[in-house]
Design a binder for this molecule. Sequence first.
Ligand code: JFZ
Length: 426
Amino acid sequence: MNLVEERTKRTQWFLKDRFGMFIHFGLYSIPARGEWIRSNEKMSKEDYQIYFDEFNPINYDPKSWARAAKEAGMKYAVMTAKHHDGFCLFDSKFTEYKSTNTKAKRDLIREYVEAFREEGLKVGLYYSTIDWYHADFPHYNDRHHPMRENVSYKNVQHDFQRYLEYMHGQVRELCTNYGKIDILWFDFSYDDMSGEKWKATELINMVRTLQPDVIIDNRLEASGENAGSIRTSNPSFFAGDFASPEQIIPPEGIVDENGNSIPWEACITMNNHWGYCSTDKNYKSAKMIIRKLVECVSKNGNLLLNIGPNAKGEFPVESLNILKEIGIWMKNNGESIYNCGKSELPKPEWGYYTQNKNNLYAHIFEPSIGPIGLSGLKDKVEKVRLLSDSSEIRIINPWNTLDFEDYIFFNFGSPEQLTYPLPDNI
Ligand code: JFZ
């Protein structure tokens, strides 16, 4: 098997599952101004240390998180084992900067993988390639590093090889000590900090040896607008198994250079932050998120929806409510999401299609004043049913179909609507 065939095989479950939960949790959940706070506010190690000293998420209960994810219809999750600030939520032997050394005294990642697996969800780990804590991370040329403008800091010697040993050692721990890992989500590459700079071939070799079936994102080489070589027919060994567009749903999905769809997953936040932000109440509606999920699936993609738990280890109440609402919809309509993908039919003007082997699902976003038309389907549709209650939707002949020979029409409103021809003046 070549690399593309191996990718196709590994990602089968991922393409069926379609919907997952992203969790950004760490020391930054305490200041509650987002996970980039240390960089954004140019905080020194000492400035940031207070959050380590204080960290104690007394209500951390990943079982309740897993239940919330499952009830929302999510099939997998990805949680930050280490974010850019370098703080480890797992018991790594390579650092003292970890949750087991805080007041919490817990390996949060162990509890997370166990809880989510118990609910039947697949588990993923986010691991930041960038590290603002490790003394050997080369912040002297790093436009993101909190200490980028600190002159005395620039003169300190940094041994990047030592950082790479640290990073590889931690990835080995994550692939060894936590059972079967379904997704590894590396984040991220930029400037010349990309690909072999991370010793990516060696890293992926190790990962594949320890976790043969794990799927990996494309960010060991991708950055910004560059998706890396995953879209070529000859991707690099570390190109990843799926593309990871962020806060955007690609207009045409993601295809390789031959026009074949490749696995992709859009990650989006519920408000405008990844890590908990107490003042950001700009939550998207459940309706909008459901529509974004439909849009992803209609373009052969997945949706990874982020939650930023607060310092106590709780999901914000707004997030919980959104999850509940999504769950109600998924319970009734999940059949049009799981195991579904892009339809052979072009996008209809009133919404999106999703499709599986047996059915075409019409997701009607636009309210209609009358019958809704499906192009190219005349005489091809056996029956139309409302997915949520299996009730009959009648295929009808609207008043004057002369111009619509290729369409079938069905009525989505009350039957009476059908009988009234539209007035001439609208
Ligand atoms: C990254 C992180 O920096 C961020 O904190 C969060 O974890 C998010 C999911 O991923 O954000 C990025 C990464 C790469 C780019 C932009 C934002 N990029 O290459 O343009």
